[in-house]
Write a protein that binds this ligand. Structure first.
Ligand SMILES: [Zn+2]
Length: 321
């Protein structure tokens, strides 16, 4: 029954403007809120009198199609791009999507100076770590062009805005998929954009080299669960908070609970095997992800599963050292 999630939530699928190589799907999740799938990571965007607020810009190759898809829904200018991490499939489209927009700021100073400096396009907001990653270490070529870099960053755990008649909260998750993850909550629309903390197509990607950890991943999933409200006590209604994952299908709170439980069970199994003194190879051979590999192990190969187990192992063994 849950596989018919679109029917369940009464959302409609709209055809997007086809573009060479990319044909993103646009899903209306609320009267003023849309999800774009198929242009890199999932994208969420809110539309209103103040303009368009976009969460994630997808991949560089899909960016023109993303702009066309937004244009098809509204003529309002894109005001903000909010990044959920520094991964190329989420920020690769930053420059193109921001350039197609128009900053809310004029020459009056503050963050507006930076936005104007970038040519007056939409502001790009992220946690500080995303800018650090995208600009790269000094003295080396940057992994992304300056036009794709965030124009506004924050280092506190919560950043907020009030646009299009609703509060928008951006929560930094300091050590989950990476050290630069953010989840974005649109309070009136009741939609959360989760980024790669939640990926319904596979085990979560935990990038230890970029500051990710299993403990932070579970904490971030818990934050999503705590932010969302399901349709209780009247469960027969198609209501409740909607969560857009980094990849995969639209979720509700129960979906995230199941995902968190899966991740927690595997973490506990790996922890027990570490306590027994097993090496990483022995732990991988003991299949601690059993019962979940068909659904989250990315097909026949065991690469995704082994990478996930390694990330869990390294998070825990490095912590206990
Ligand atoms: Zn992704």
């Amino acid at each position: 029954m849950r596989c018919t999630v679109c029917a369940l939530f009464g959302v409609s699928i709209l055809a997007a403007q086809p573009a060479p190589g990319t044909n993103p799907e646009v899903i209306q999740v609320r009267p003023n809120f849309y999800m774009i799938a198929g242009a890199g990571g999932n994208i969420g965007f809110q539309v209103g009198a103040d303009g368009v607020v976009v969460v994630d810009a997808g991949s560089a190759s899909g960016a023109d199609a993303v702009v066309a898809a937004i244009r098809k829904i509204t003529g309002q200018p894109i005001r903000y791009v909010i990044d959920t991490s520094a991964d190329p499939d989420h920020v690769g489209g930053n420059a193109t999507v921001a350039k197609a927009g128009q900053t809310l700021f004029t020459q009056t100073g503050g963050a507006g100076l930076a936005a104007d400096f970038q040519g007056g396009g939409a502001s790009i907001l992220s946690v500080e770590q995303v800018l650090t990653r995208m600009s790269g270490p000094s003295g080396k070529p940057s992994p992304f062009p300056p036009g794709a870099w965030p124009t506004e960053t924050f280092h506190q755990s919560r950043k907020y805005m009030y646009l299009n008649g609703e509060g928008i909260e951006v929560f930094h998750q300091p050590a989950a998929h990476s050290d630069g993850d953010a989840i974005v909550f649109f309070r009136r629309s009741d939609v959360v954009v989760a980024g790669d903390i939640l990926d319904t197509t596979r085990f979560p990607v935990i990038d230890i080299a970029k500051g990710g950890s299993i403990q932070g991943e579970i904490a971030a999933l818990q934050k999503l669960i705590d932010t969302a409200i399901p349709s209780v006590p009247i469960v027969s209604r198609d209501e409740g908070t909607l969560i857009i994952p980094g990849h995969g299908r639209l979720c509700d709170q129960l979906d995230v609970v199941e995902y968190r439980d899966m991740v927690t069970i595997i973490r506990d199994r790996v922890r027990d095997l570490i306590k027994q003194g097993l090496t990483l190879e022995q732990i991988q051979a003991a299949s601690p992800a059993r019962g979940y590999t068909r659904r989250y192990g990315s097909g026949a190969g065991s690469k995704a599963t082994n990478e996930f187990i390694e990330a869990v192992y390294r998070s825990m063994s490095e912590k206990s050292r």
